[in-house]
Write a new protein. Sequence first.
Lengths: 282, 269, 258
Amino acid sequence: MMATLELELPRTSEPRRPSVWMARLGDVAYPAAALVLMLAAWEWGVALLGIGAYLLPPPSLVVRAIADMASDGSLWANTQVTLIETLGGFAIALVAGIVVGALIAQSRLLERTVYGYIVAIQTLPKIALAPLFVAWFGFGLTSKVGVAALIAFFPILVNVIIGLKSCDVGKIDLMRTLSASGWQIFRWVRLPSALPYIMAGVDVAIVFALTGAIVGEFVGATAGLGYQMVLSNSQMEVPKVYGVLMVLGLLGVLLHGAVELVRRRLLSWVPTDHHASPSSSH
Amino acid sequence: MTSPAPIISVDRLTKTYQSVAAERVTALADISLSIATGEFVTVVGPSGCGKTTLLRILAGLVGQYQGRAAIRGTPLKGPSRSVGVAFQDANLLPWRSIIDNVLLPAQVLHLDIKASTRRAHELLELVGLKGFERKLPHELSGGMRQRVSIARALLHDPEILLMDEPFGALDAITRDNMNFELRRIWMQSGKTIFLITHSIPEAVFLSSRVFVMSSRPGRIVRELAVDLPEERPLTIMGSARFGEYVVELRQALDHSDAVTPAMPLLKAA
Amino acid sequence: MNLSRAETWLPPVGVLVLVLLWETLARVGGISPFVLPAPSSVAHSFWVGLRNGVYLQHAMWTAIESLSGFVLAMVAGITLGALVAEVRFLERALYPFLVALQAMPKVALAPLVIIWLGYGIGSKILLAALLGFFPVLINTIAGLKSCDSGKVDVMRALAASRWQVFRMVKLPNAMPFVFAGANVAASFVVLGAVTGEFLGAKQGLGTLILLANNELDTAQIFAILIMLGLLGFVLFASVRFAQRRLLSWAPLEASPQP
């Protein structure tokens, strides 16, 4: 199975720009215009086509629903819960993934034995275990942290293993001629060269953690944004469902953006590649 | 003695463009040359001197330029059917067999498939790749892939073949052999060939006229007529005459950045 | 080197040892079967479920949902991907949204899909399709844009039309990427189907899990999970098979690049 790596949306670069700042302006103007167009079409299209607010409420109602939830405190409270679940699960997955991955990468024997089964486990939709986690740990935060950690663990694990193994032999040989110890080689050569791969896994894992938390809340919870969605749904408060969805989307973007920032800092030495190779996000 | 109208004529060609940093860059400055039908002409110059830009203009891939560039007297506005191009990279489509790669122009130009297929087979034989029709590009070496690229460039029977450092990526031994093959193909097909290279010996071996370009902005600083026999074995590269030409060209290249106006063109003596 | 010989028999032996350890722990260790069921009971549940046809019946539903979602995801993903990659202003207008949507957990759309399509099979198919759509879309765009300019130059030198360039060069060149997306989509659609079933359904393996969960039958849950894994694997293997056939000219595994 292919390594777990996120595919980055490629940027076109075209020569022959009239000038650089005009191009940058276009980068902002086009999406902004598209956004305005879509919102306008949504707002008036709904009224025009007579779509009921129980199906597709216009943006105005959705915004009002968000404002309502913000003012009565439920929005922030639920966001906090989901955030804690996500970050908690992510942290566990990160530590466990790196430790287990490092162990497996160190021993060729262990790797050969275990890797095939890791691949097999990856074909199992682990999210199907969400109900089990709720049964084990109850409706509280713990079960969601567990699901989030479970799902986020594997991309990190696989990428740590591949990253550590990807270190080119030349650099290791260099260290060996300096009589470097195993730990020194790991710290100064293996780990840094594995970092791009690990960060790619982390990129994927953060969104997976959020996904796990949400599905956990779908299945059984008393708080959280996913719970709020299901609750509002059952209470026929449809604009709230859309509103929470927007907030969730924003949360995902922020979390992912934070990881991207860290990634850029840690990997400032990597030359930006413009070629994308077929890779998968799993 | 009146000479026939040139097949390619370039008159005071200038090309500027805006770089990514929004600077005005002059790639070509005031280029003038003319090429007669059936000639084999090479352009030598340092990297970045604009020779590829010149070739791309002749290939019709560059729309805007100042001055005049014409094929058979018709100014170039886009790709011309009288032109076939072989790029530095063979650019074969990896999902197609060799014969299907050669047939690409037939599909694009909607030529008669039967006639084209026959021609494709002939061309593959011409370039020495008979028997490789069904192979895939990844099964061929770099030199062989370039030969396919040449066959493809000739499929629609253009009068002119433009070649952009076609052998640059090959090892020296293969390169020498390919040079010999290319001259043979030229003599057998009678095409007009315009080839860019930064190898001076290659230029002298291949052509009857060599143009030397200066570094950016590219100008023609020298034109050399190569008076060597038509039939040239590779061993001619060791001859004194050959060596003299190489020295002359090297000197021209070394001094190409001196402030000399482009020399008036001389017809071959 | 006896290492390589060890490598061949160690994996299955290793797993056997693990399973035996698990079994003894479950029986003797005093752990409730609710927390850690013995492998034997998992196997038993699996066998029973298969024999009385329950597993297959529900698996059929999940399979239909997944497969339909997959087909939808492929068609929509490739079409939209082609549009975005080829129409420059579309790309510039939609690019930030695509990046944002990549970060958004698409499962969150599940309640919305239920609002639109109710609790029937339609909502599961749509959710599966939505989850599978993005990997295909992103990979299609990346694939179409990855075409190296040299090949496009060859076409342009022949004065090829834009459609010719797309059909004869860009699209075939993008196929390895599209398949990579399809591989990912294959697992995502199963995820979507199951999540949709979690939110409310009458049939399907997700429903079965909820039922087993209610009865605290953890062994059953693991057995169903394995069933789900098989389902996902079949889908994945089919995509791989098609890939091998259609892309005989390209390497099967692309080297992972950060």
